[in-house]
Design a protein around this ligand. Sequence first.
Ligand code: SF4
Length: 263
Amino acid sequence: MLQKNLADLLLAWYKENGRDLPWRYKGGAHPNPYVVLVSEFMLQQTTVTTVIPYFHRFMERFPTVYDLAKATDEEVYQLWQGLGYYTRARSLHASAKMIVDDFNGIFPHMREDVLKLKGIGTYTVASFLALAFNQPETVIDGNVMRIMARLYHLTRPLDEIKDDIRKKAMALTSHKEPADYASAIMDLGATICTPKKPLCMVCPWQQYCKSKDLPDLEQIPTRKKLAKKEQHGYVYLIYNDKGEVFIRKRTEKGLLFGLYEFP
Ligand code: SF4
């Protein structure tokens, strides 16, 4: 009963306070899986504010999965320039080609099929299925882990409580409105239950939260301290009398495959 209450409270809060984002569908509007997929790739390791202009440019240039599938690598990289983590652009491009070639342009909606796409891990598959197909998948990222650890006052290091967090997050997930619930918990982590100075006074879960008002609240979840590593790197430039600089295209498979670099 309490779990249902928590989900309902969060959903009610989201309807009033959820962020309006260009890739978002609130209140049961029919989602476009392509829009969801592009935004999910862009949002990996990148903030919403940074992503928004890139998202608009990308959708303008590649409005459908077919447009993206037939684009060249260079065209895709060009629009991704500045967003970083280029592996994501390559994976998104490869996934678009797979959707067109292997799934006849129909977006997969079964977990095992979505996992066949390039660069899709457990977080993205859950998020994609929840947002694009309204499936009751539990999305678990740093935001959700922080909220769960605080809500239930789990004070052991994060590595030791991940399973517990997963079970608790799954139990809370709304089966009635999974897409809105997934967006709502993301927004709660981004705007209310923030790492520093959480706004407990306006939190829809304040009544049930076991960490609210505790002095160690900002320290939850705790993390094991890692020794600091120092790294050094060198770059050489080769240039001629005309000021032209020699660059080459990377051919080794890996993080920066297909991009240009100084030799
Ligand atoms: S009451 Fe405070 S600590 Fe608890 S979930 Fe809400 S914002 Fe986070």
